[in-house]
Design a protein around this ligand. Sequence first.
Ligand code: ADP
Length: 157
Amino acid sequence: IKSEGAQGAIRKILCQYRVKDVKSMPVVVKDTSSIYDAIVTLFTEDAGTIYVTDRDGYLAGVVSRKDFLKTTLGHIDIYKVPVSVIMTRMPNIIVTTPDETVIEAVKKIVEHEIDSLPVVKKYIDENGDEKLEVVGRITKTNIARLLLDLANQKKEG
Ligand code: ADP
């Protein structure tokens, strides 16, 4: 960034946008789905990362392309083994919420070196445990699209 002014302007713009303004639909499979079925979903839904839900429909884990690739190194039966075996699981999932600012979400993506964040609504169940309902996803592509939209807006207005 060349000047302090530009930096301030970019920060200001990114703070105006919230996750709900740029999020897209999540791609979700059940934790009982086979690795094979999850890979098929990855292709049919054209997603890089899939979110995995437990039997109550709450977020249980995340599987990325690299997690699937890893299974080719071992002797896992992808038709039989459930996706829950290879996913990154709760509570180690980095999430965002609809009302978080885009700048906060970008910070998480960069700091944790991940491609996407599940957008969640948080609930407390009867045992006092936090449960996360997946309502969207935010990826590096969403951020790139926002930047492009902002650049085009500038030109027109
Ligand atoms: P890729 O596999 O395409 O490099 P990522 O960089 O997003 O995709 O994923 C790297 C690792 O981080 C994978 O093991 C994945 O399960 C995990 N991961 C991806 N997204 C999240 C997230 N939001 N929270 C925690 N772990 C994640």
